[in-house]
Ligand binder design. Sequence first.
Ligand code: MG
Length: 397
Amino acid sequence: MIRIVVLGSTGSIGKSTLEVVRRHPGQFEIVGLSANRSADVLSSQVDEFHPEWAVIADSEHLPPASVQANARWEGGASAVVALARHPDADVVVNAVVGAAGLEPTLSALRAGKRLALANKESLVAGGNLVMQAASEGGGEIIPIDSEHSAILQCMEGTDRRSVRRIVLTASGGPFRGRSRSELANVTRGDALRHPTWAMGEKITVDSASLANKALEVIEAHVLYGLPYDAIDVVVHPQSIIHSFVEFVDGSVLAQLGFPTMELPILYALTYPERVADEALQTFDPVAAPSLTFEAVDHEAFPMFSLGVEAGRTGGTHPAVFNAANEVAVGAFVDGQIGFLEMAEVVEEVLGEVHRGNVEVVSDVIEADAVARNAATTIIERSVATGLASQREGYTGA
Ligand code: MG
C-alpha cells in the first residue's frame, strides 16, 4: 500500500490524483489532504478518502467545528509545510499553485519523501535549494508534468551521460499561429480556451502566453542537469508526443499518448513500476490526428524568451520571473491589463530587480516579494494611465 499526501487536492491535478487513487483501492491510501480555500470540496474529499489530517492553507476558510469532526483539521501555510512531512506518507503530491509550493516541496524532500511534483514553480524559484534538500534529506522528485514525465520515461535505463539534447513539446495554446498584433485584444475567456488540455486557470493562461513552456525549460534544466543549450522546444499542436530525448549517437526516443494528466500522475506514484489502468485511453495511431511540428514564434510570445533568459541568468532571476508572471497573470485574469502587457510587466520587473544569489530560502522569498511589489506598482501605474487616457479620450470626443 502506497500512502499518499495530496497538497492542493481541490485543484485540477489534485482531483485527477484522487481519481487515479479511486480506481486503485488496494494500492493507494490517502493519509493527508490540503487545499488553499475550498473547504467544502476538501471536506467531501475527506469524507470519501478518510485521511487523518486535513489542512486549509488560508485559515480564514477553515470549516465550522461540526464539519471538522471527520479529520484533524488545521489552518495556515505552516500546517501545509508540516503535512508535507507527514510521518506516514510515502509519496507527497505537490499540486499547489505558484511559488507558495516551494516550502512544502523543501519540507517533503528534507523528510526523505518521494515528491510527485506538479508545482513546477518551486523548482523554478528554488532550483538549487530544492535539489540540495533532496540530496540531504534523501527525498526524490518525480515530475507530474507531461513533458518531464516523458523525458524521465525515455531516459529510464539509459546512462544519463549519453543524452545529448532534449526537446520539449508545446501545444502552442489557444493563440498558436496568431501574430503579435492579433494578440493585442484577446480576452481572458479566449486565453482560457485551451485546445488540448483541461487545466487550472493559472497554467492555462501560462500556456497561452508560453510562460508555462519557459517555466518547463527551467524545470528540465534543474531536474535533469542539462545546460540550456541542450534543451529545445518545438510546437506540436496535437499534444500526442509529450517530449523527445536525443542521445549522443543521434537516436531519438519519444513518449506518446492521448493527452491526459492521469498517466504522469500514476507513473509518479508507482515509479519505477508500471501499473495497469484500464480506464486510460488506449493509444490508436490510426485514430490519432496527423502529427505536425512548428518553431516557437518568439515575437508573438515574448514571455517564452524572457523566461528562458531568466533561467540562463540564474540566481534569483528565475524566482523574479515566476513571481512577476504570477502577478501579471492575476491582473490579466482580473481584466486590469491586456494579454501583451503581461510580458511588458515581466520584462520591466526583470530589468528593475537586481540579480542576487540563492543560498537560503529567504533569498528566494525576498526576491519573490520584491518582484511582486515591483509588478504590482507597474500594473497600478498602467491602470492609472489607462484610466487617464480613457478620460482624455472621452473629453476629446
Ligand atoms: Mg507540461
